[in-house]
Design a protein. Structure first.
Length: 329
């Protein structure tokens, strides 16, 4: 640490504040220290640091449904950012959203085990239980589609859904059908809300909602068969890219192809979406950034910084090959 301090031109105490995530360090000083650490390949003694600071140097993560793209990618962002900051992560997965299993998860990673907890369970049932719990350590939640808040991280999924629908309307489609996600997910509500808002602002009718039972391509295909049987469907907004893939297969089965016979926009921008045939127009949600923001925020709270409003992460529309003006007969 002394060598790092000498190279960075600061005191050893300042180096200690930087490696411990303290907030009372200027960006310029922090950058100098981080560069010196990298140049000298300095590795802190985690056990000694934990004893000295009376902290565990561990962040707890409570998660549900890691098979779903949002929580799984956010978890990756958390683990990578925590590692970069010299913290370990301890993961507890939920197999039920009943109140007692959620409470048991929090007991498993209490204040003796972790310094803070991030909850990756963006469902109404889980968050209702978390809201009733009061602990001695900072807790942050991932709440998809929620407004900016001091204790939750979110992407503006309502805006993302509006962008998708407005894009389709701008191409000349009279309305947009929506393949809705399963009930109980905050993402489902946010994406449906954005779809409704875009149609309402444009003065367009909202077709009947078609709801999926889970987030799989199978459900997209099931609902896609209903849509493909209707000749008045020219544009579809799917609540995720897996749905979009299933819908495209259902339309293809009856000889209707995007974008010649209908347009479709997905959501999430899976890495595979650019390689669909045709390549899928979709909305990027930076779930990895969710994890990074969660870690940086929880470390600020652990360090004693006052709570502040956490800005929403902005989505981005990615226009590819599945959206075009409707065919004129």
């Amino acid at each position: 640490m002394v060598d790092v301090a000498r190279l960075a031109g600061v005191s050893p105490q300042t180096v200690s504040r930087v490696v411990n995530g303290a907030v009372n360090v200027s960006p310029e000083i922090r950058t100098r220290v981080e560069r010196a650490i990298e140049q000298l390949q300095y590795t802190r003694n985690a056990a000694a640091a934990a004893l000295a600071s009376n902290r565990t140097r561990t962040i707890g993560v409570v998660s549900f449904e890691l098979s779903v793209i949002g929580p799984s990618v956010a978890l990756y962002g958390i683990s990578e950012e925590a590692r970069r900051q010299g913290y370990a992560t301890r993961l507890v997965t939920l197999d039920s959203l009943e109140p007692e299993p959620v409470r048991a998860a929090f007991r498993t990673i209490g204040p003796d085990e972790v310094d803070g907890i991030i909850v990756l369970a963006p469902l109404e049932d889980a968050l209702a239980v978390v809201a009733d719990m009061h602990g001695d350590i900072p807790v942050l939640t991932f709440q998809q589609g929620s407004p900016a808040h001091e204790s939750s991280i979110s992407i503006d999924e309502v805006l993302g859904a509006r962008m998708a629908v407005e894009h389709l309307l701008s191409l000349g489609h009279q309305t947009v059908w929506h393949v809705q996600g399963p009930a109980g997910w905050m993402a489902t509500d946010a994406r449906t809300r954005g779809w409704r808002e875009a149609l309402s602002r444009a003065g367009r009718p909202a077709p009947p909602l078609l709801s999926a039972r889970d987030w799989s391509p199978d459900e997209g295909y099931r609902i896609g068969r209903e849509l493909a049987a209707r000749h008045d469907v020219t544009a579809v907004f799917a609540a995720n890219d897996h749905f979009a893939l299933g819908v495209m297969k259902a339309f293809d089965d009856v000889g209707r192809h995007a974008p010649e016979d209908f347009s479709i926009v997905g959501f999430d921008n899976l890495r595979e979406s650019a390689f669909f045939r045709p390549a899928l127009t979709t909305v990027t949600l930076d779930f990895e950034a969710v994890g990074q923001v969660a870690v940086s925020t929880i470390l600020e709270r652990i360090g004693g910084a006052p709570a502040h409003l956490i800005p929403l992460i902005r989505p981005e529309l990615v226009v590819r090959e599945t959206s075009a003006s409707p065919r004129r007969w």
